[in-house]
Design a protein around this ligand. Sequence first.
Ligand SMILES: [Zn+2]
Length: 189
Amino acid sequence: MTVEQALHQRSESRCELCGSEDTLGVYEVAPSDSSAEQSALICKKCQEQINSNNLDENHWHCLRDSMWNPNPAVQVMAWRLLKSLPSGGWAQDLLDMLYLEDDTQEWAEAGLKSDDEDNAPTLDSNGSPLQEGDSVTIIKDLVVKGAGFTAKRGTAVRNISLTSNPEHIEGRVNGTRIVLLSCYLKKSN
Ligand SMILES: [Zn+2]
């Protein structure tokens, strides 16, 4: 049985957040091992709202019911959504009522942390913030996977680009644009 089939069976082919039967799809509840236990079946409308990060408060009153779903993956989604809704209102009241097992709570919070990391500054090996367009020096020989060469210690990389991951930057080495780990770089003056 595929994950999708398992989820259809579990949810009786209804969105596990709002109960809709319309255009259902598998949503992996990050960090997820892609199993059914760590995924939820949700409808297109829920998915669109979650992806756009622009939550329509009226739609999410459905969490009043779905937060009591016995499956941790759905509980985690409900918890994160309630957290994302304006605090101080009904969402806060529900959140106060929603008790998660320790493991589930950790999972729920782990997902939020990865959101924060997106906004974290990119730091070099000395903890100096790196900016778009900076020049850096590589401080350790780095084997570049897939490109078939080693980026040598001491190589200067000019005009770097930042990525959505604060641990990665992009730059041109040996004429090839590669991803470099910021912890192996030193900002040049
Ligand atoms: Zn839905």
